[in-house]
Design a protein around this ligand. Structure first.
Ligand code: SIN
Ligand code: MN
Length: 206
């Protein structure tokens, strides 16, 4: 299931990684487009079902946004402040089609902002209806130490530093792999003026 970019240049525990796929100007274009998204749908800090505030700030664009509170993880039609989510910027949707080779558009693009000290614990992406569609993730800004295991909790894991412009796909046998981000190298990239790492995650939801 590879699109115009062909095969990944790194495999990480079944996940496909295209290191350096998004070049510098395309990264800047994505950040510019995301500025409008965040102006319309401000970043917020979700809480887990157990009431713990996440260290990552988030927002979404697309038909659905990803959300979490005491009722658990789920997709919602509107931003927590009310109002529909903005459209996914064309340059980001185009990358999805090019890498996955799919005609189907993503329903949601989750935007995660990792400021200094932020991390994300190991989890599965399993709030979607059809796991035959891949999850495509784009790293922008500071380096992040990505960790991936298998589809069972507690197994062996592997780690890889994801840099700005790297694209990672969880699909097929890796679609339900546990994954997370242990830490970022704050200030390692100058893409974001305030430093930090943005991760975009595109998914088909319905
Ligand atoms: C996520 O799994 O939601 C984010 C992964 C990442 O930040 O690379
Ligand atoms: Mn995830």
């Amino acid at each position: 299931m590879n699109g115009v970019f062909g095969k990944p240049n790194v495999m990480l525990g079944g996940a496909s990684v295209w290191k350096g796929l998004v070049d510098g100007p395309a990264q800047v274009a994505m950040i510019d487009a995301l500025r409008d998204v965040v102006a319309a749908a401000p970043l917020f800090r979700p809480r887990t079902r157990w009431g713990k505030e996440m260290s990552v700030r988030m927002t979404s664009c697309g038909r659905y946004g990803w959300y979490s509170d005491a009722r658990g993880y789920r997709y919602v039609d509107t931003h927590p402040a009310g109002g529909a989510w903005p459209d996914i910027p064309d340059c980001i949707v185009a990358l999805w089609h090019q890498v996955t080779g799919l005609e189907r558009r993503p329903d949601c693009c989750l935007i995660n902002l990792y400021s200094e000290g932020a991390r994300m614990g190991l989890h599965q992406d399993r709030d979607e209806a059809d796991f035959s569609f891949p999850v495509l993730s784009v790293s922008l800004g500071d380096d992040g130490l990505f960790r991936i295991g298998g589809d069972k909790k507690g197994g062996a894991t592997q780690s890889l530093w994801l840099a700005s412009g790297d694209v990672l796909m969880l699909g097929g046998a890796s679609r339900l792999a546990y994954h997370g981000v242990d830490r970022i190298r704050f200030g390692s990239s100058s893409l974001l003026s305030g430093g930090g790492r943005i991760n975009l995650t595109m998914r088909v939801v319905d």
